[in-house]
Design a protein around this ligand. Structure first.
Ligand SMILES: [Zn+2]
Length: 388
């Protein structure tokens, strides 16, 4: 049993959120759902005109946030031709808002199974997904926490097809699972993607480097240098190369690695810099590093334990580790609520909290010395730790 340092022990207390995830305003909707779930009689089948009126009424209630009034109306249409899928889709959205993500997940899947062409109703003709037909994915469901292996519970559930960068080979429903002891979230949907699609998990699109990030990385790298015992820097998941190229300008001895060939080529062409194309977990590095940078990459990996373990193997006593990753309880995520785009980000496999990230680092021998709210990625936290 690892004894957590006071800093980490305090982390959960500092930012403890209300344990009840259902806001008071949605209590009625939550209770309404629980009673709906007990109904097992078949629904009445309405004629088109009657169904249209019921559906319109439900939409009006829904737009006024009268979810407890909207839900029974949508539910009554669950077996009426042309209305069942759309009604279940709406119910899924409301169930998620009302705090029943498990039921939301059931409704989303049922909606697409009833009507695989549902995107034609959801998107205008000119939208790229308008003609996209849902196919049941051969998913491995990840029901247990990637940090501790305990069973989790559904926390949020969203339709991620609405994201502009949604890869069509991914499951359109994203159920975020929660582990209470770890205070950690992960995606239940683990699409079996093929090799060619693997980079989709790691970078949505290779775009141009963002020059606005150069100064932010310069400040970060200069402050890391104050703690570092040497000059050898490793960046895992270099992306478009903003950080690694700044590190080189600051005269660090840089090593960068990325899974995506396009990123490696882009950095070579743009910054005239060689980085390794490969998998960090298996690449045979021939040295240990004084500084290791994990900039917004750990949310893309399915096994964060293995990732941080490998990071520790490449560290010596005194190595400075810098991690940036979205926090699901960041002030930005709480502020945006259900509109937070992170909750619909297809390429992310998990979300840390202050507590789960610091605990993971601690378990692999890193003492956290600083926590900051990212200045460049809304909703990300930036943690600095030293290998003991
Ligand atoms: Zn756990």
């Amino acid at each position: 049993m690892v004894t957590l340092p006071t800093y980490v022990q305090n982390a959960k207390r500092h930012i403890s959120l209300s344990q009840d995830s259902t806001p008071n305003t949605y209590k009625a909707a939550y209770e309404c759902l629980q009673s709906i779930k007990k109904i097992d009689d078949p629904a009445q089948k309405y004629d088109h005109e009657a169904a249209k009126q019921i559906y319109t009424k439900a939409e009006t209630h829904s737009s006024k946030q009268q979810y407890d009034l909207a839900l029974p109306l949508y539910y009554s249409l669950r077996e009426t031709l042309n209305f069942s899928a759309m009604s279940l889709f709406r119910m899924a959205g409301l169930a998620n808002i009302a705090g029943d993500a498990g039921y939301a997940s059931v409704c989303f899947y049922k909606a697409f199974e009833i009507e695989p062409n549902l995107n034609r109703r959801l998107f205008a003709k000119e939208h790229s997904l308008h003609m996209h037909v849902y196919e049941k994915m051969d998913d491995r469901r990840a029901e247990t926490c990637p940090l501790c292996g305990r069973a989790g519970r559904p926390y949020w559930c969203y339709y991620i097809g609405l994201r502009p960068n949604y890869p069509k080979s991914f499951n359109p429903v994203r159920t975020w699972m929660y582990c209470e002891p770890c205070h950690h979230l992960w995606s239940a949907e683990m699409t079996e993607y093929n090799e060619a699609e693997a980079p989709l998990l790691h970078t949505s699109v290779v775009t141009k480097a963002n020059p606005g990030r150069f100064t932010a990385y310069s400040r970060i790298l200069c402050s890391l240098r104050e703690h570092a015992m040497g000059n050898a820097l490793l960046e895992i998941g270099v992306g478009e190369g903003e950080c690694i190229s700044v590190a080189r300008e600051l005269l660090y001895d840089t090593t960068g690695i990325d899974l995506t060939k396009e990123c490696v080529d882009y950095i070579k062409k743009t910054f005239q810099m060689d980085v390794i194309h490969g998998d960090f977990l298996t690449h045979p590095f021939e040295q240990l590093f004084d500084v290791i940078v994990l900039g917004d990459v750990i949310e893309h990996v399915r096994d964060p334990q293995a990732f941080i373990k490998r990071t520790a193997e490449l560290s010596h006593k005194g190595t400075v580790l810098w991690v940036s990753t979205p926090s699901f309880e960041s002030v930005y995520s709480l502020y945006l609520g259900h509109n937070d785009p992170m909750r619909r980000e297809p390429s992310h496999c998990g979300y840390f909290s202050h507590f789960s990230l610091c605990s993971l680092l601690d378990a692999h021998g890193f003492d956290v010395i600083a926590y900051e709210v990212s200045a460049q990625y809304y909703g990300s936290m930036e943690v600095t730790a030293i290998k003991r």
